[in-house]
Ligand binder design. Structure first.
Ligand SMILES: [Cu+2]
Length: 119
């Protein structure tokens, strides 16, 4: 009688240990690692390169190599730099995909575009 009870208890414990089957845990996406940096030169009254494609999270650094002062001004006015004297740099990290056209506020003929793609 006592043995039978022990067996029943053992069976209950084993069942409890198994527990309900949980579905497979969805494999979450790994956090994107975006640490790339890209440089744009400002020289001879032009941005170089004038077109650039990067992925979100990329930091772009502009360096003014001209004697004249320039700046970086997003065409939509939402981003941009202060006036950059020779040797000055401006960095901006693009976090959202899209097309970012920009120009120099001092010399509107200086135009360039950065395309930001999702990684
Ligand atoms: Cu300029």
């Amino acid at each position: 009688m006592k043995t039978k009870l022990s067996l029943i208890l053992l069976a209950v414990m084993l069942l409890a240990a198994c527990g309900p089957k949980v579905g497979p845990t969805p494999a979450g996406p790994l956090p994107p690692i975006q640490s790339s940096e890209v440089k744009v030169s400002i020289a001879n009254f032009a941005f170089d390169p004038t077109t650039l494609t990067i992925t979100t999270g990329t930091t772009v650094t502009w360096t003014n190599n001209d004697t004249a002062s320039h700046n970086v001004t997003g065409d939509d006015g939402s981003w941009g730099s202060n006036s950059l004297a020779k040797g000055d740099t401006f960095t901006f990290t693009f976090t959202k995909p899209g097309t970012y056209s920009y120009h120099c506020g001092v010399h509107p003929s200086m135009k360039a575009t950065i395309t930001v793609a999702a990684p």
